[in-house]
Design a protein around this ligand. Sequence first.
Ligand SMILES: Cc1ncc(COP(=O)(O)O)c(C=O)c1O
Length: 343
Amino acid sequence: MDVRIGSSFASSVRGEAAINSTLPWGDADETVYLQSGRQSLRLLSELLWAEGYRRLVLPGYLCESMITPFEPRDWDIHFSPLGNRLRPDPNSYDELCLDRPDETVALFAEYFGRGLTAEARSAIARWTDRGVAVIDDRTHHLFDSGSSGATYTIGSLRKLLPVADGGFVQGLTVTPRLPGNAVDPSRTRWKAMDLMAARPNDPEPARELFAVAEAEVDVADEPAAISSRSLDELRFLDYPALSAARRANFGILIEQIDHLTVVNDDLDGGTPAFLVLRTPEPLVLQETLAKRGIFCPILWPRPPQLPPSVPWRDDLLSVPIDHRYGRHEMDYVAEALNEVATR
Ligand SMILES: Cc1ncc(COP(=O)(O)O)c(C=O)c1O
């Protein structure tokens, strides 16, 4: 059985008709589309610094690309510890934000597909009322509409959707300046995605291109407009089908796996981004599963910028459950997980 579950998306066959209605994360007229999530944060970092904000509250567990956009400015950074299930703790944000609210920017993120709780929404309202600039990062919960009430909303589109580039910002009241970059990372990544679609059984050449594209994303840190191909593609994706597949696949795994702890089974109505497992040795499990053709990312390695006083969770592994798969593949994944867990 030549199995490959997980890793980067190939380009997909387009639907017949473009969507004319609002995309799941909101109205296109009020959304500025950039190349990546980090560019969205970079744009807001510059804008808010210029407005006089100086304190930054970040989640105490995060992807390095959520910190780097703020590094060019001398932000006074505070980390809000996340709960056991890696959900933001409104009480800790309260303490960190309401000390000097009109100087504070709070980056708030529900990870792994969860929707925002009523408690989180009312906390966000409490902070914005006091003058805090709240940024809601929707990278992991793109499919479910509804505003959090944050001052700004951002997201990376390329993590959960088959597009080569894409990030967005909502809440801007001025048209932003988009300086652009010497390199456009979408070209290499579309090339890799097309190659993977054309030669699904020969992943090596595409893998090399994906690595080049990712290095290009790392240096393309100035805000720049999304590629026209990705912008166009976003109107042809069948979001209800993508979301339904994720929910169904997640359900199939949850139903079958034994002896393993799932971190994000508290979805609060959201669409799962991955099935996140707690495991004492994620690297060992990752390697064992890779030998069976199941590629699971560790979200995330500890960002090197984090001060030693910030504790880190290194007991997590994310299992892919996206629209490329159905019952057949999920049965295979569940069987592999159960076998590994009982060893
Ligand atoms: C929650 C979250 N926000 C923002 C980003 C940054 O997105 P990008 O990689 O498109 O810059 C990431 C990337 O992994 C992420 O996981």
